[in-house]
Design a protein. Sequence first.
Length: 325
Amino acid sequence: SEQLNRFAGFGIGLASLFTENVLAHPCIVLRRQCQVNYHARNYHLTPFTIVNIMYSINKTQGPRALWKGMGSTFIVQGITLGTEGIISEFTPLPRELSHKWNLKQIGGHLLLKGLTHVIAMPFYSASLIETVQSEIIRDNPGILDCVKEGIGRVVGMGVPHSKRLLPLMVLTFPTALHGVLHYVISSIVQKLVLFVLKRDNSHNLPSESSTSVQSMLDAYFPELIASFAASLCADVMLYPLETVLHRLHIQGTRTIIDNTDLGYEVLPINTQYEGMRDCINTIKREEGMLGFYKGFGAVIVQYTLHVAVLQLTKIIYSTLLQNVS
């Protein structure tokens, strides 16, 4: 039973990671394409229109068009984790908060998160371009292209960009702000949800026969549900800021995206924002408040997939355990 428990914990974690990074990737591709598409008449605020456009893109360009840039998103995650580890090794900035935390510790911890996002920023930019660039016009990108492009962006070499490309300094504040806020919101929500779930679980003491099944589910599922709720809340609350961030990152990079109104044809991105404030004002003026939520239907599809996989894992897992016990 002990071994099965370990195996189950690993399996559940793996299913969750797989959903987050592989199954949900088409949702991320479409969400980003809609966010940067200032031409779009259709805002795709509901899951129905998003699924429809996914089907059209898949039909005209094949499934690769929905999974583009997946390798680079993993690379960015790796760079972020590595950077955080290295900075916390060589500076007094704490990677984890101890139970007896104080304001200085929190400040240092958040500074570490902010610095990490700033260092990973050029690679995030390159990865963003890979996920929104239309499959129709690009040659096969290599797996490490995002690293090459990121370094090129820092030293000002590589792909010719247009005059409208924003300097990395202009992108620093919105990128760090989004990263730190996302972390703060998800941490708070995660702690709250875990607290509520554990409190509820302590009331429902299981009977003898269901103990091992129940204790296993109690051990792993609250963590998964809490992290699911945490990312969902952070993504929903910061969606408008993410839209602004993505538009600033993509500006001047000569990126051609799919037409998210039709599902075929391509569109160039020719925005001329001066910076964060100008971008916010322009979206408000030209696309209305809902302009900040373009592609929001993709978030709904993404988290519905998550719930489905969570439920499925739970069912498979309970069945397995009952059969064994």
